[in-house]
Structure formats: C-alpha cells, structure tokens
Design a protein around this ligand. Structure first.
Ligand SMILES: [Zn+2]
Length: 75
C-alpha cells in the first residue's frame, strides 16, 4: 500500500462509500480525452458516478478541492 494514497472521498458528492472498483487498460492515450489516461475507476456508492481513482483517492496528496476541480474535466 502506497503512502501517497488516501481513503476514497467522492469529488462529486463527498461520499466515502465505494460501490465498485475496476482497472482499465490504456490503449491509446488521447490528450483531448481525460478518461484516456485513467487506469483505475471507482464507482461511488452514493451518486453512482464513475470517479477516476487518482481523484477519488487523491493520489500524490492533492487536496479534496483540487480533486473536485480536476473532476470537472471528466464530465
Ligand atoms: Zn459520489
């Protein structure tokens, strides 16, 4: 377990409950599509949105505010 990964908090609704978590393989990273570089997706148990794991778990210790700001790009 990495020290840089935090507990999940949904940047959409602030829930801490995970419904599902999946790994996806990147085939062709596309700079126009933020989803194309996402390797792990967490489905929020509350709002049922697909949340990129790097935002839900705030990899590299980004703040929840930064995660929410970044998440806007994924809508
Ligand atoms: Zn949510």
């Amino acid at each position: 377990m990495s020290e840089n990964i935090n507990d999940f908090i949904c940047p959409n609704c602030n829930s801490k409950d995970i419904l599902d978590q999946k790994f996806v393989s990147i085939e062709k990273p596309n700079s126009n599509d933020p989803w194309s570089s996402v390797t792990q997706i967490i489905k929020c148990a509350n709002c049922k949105k697909d949340i990129p794991a790097h935002l839900g778990e705030r990899w590299d210790n980004i703040s929840i505010e930064q995660a929410k700001e970044e998440y806007k790009k994924f809508n």
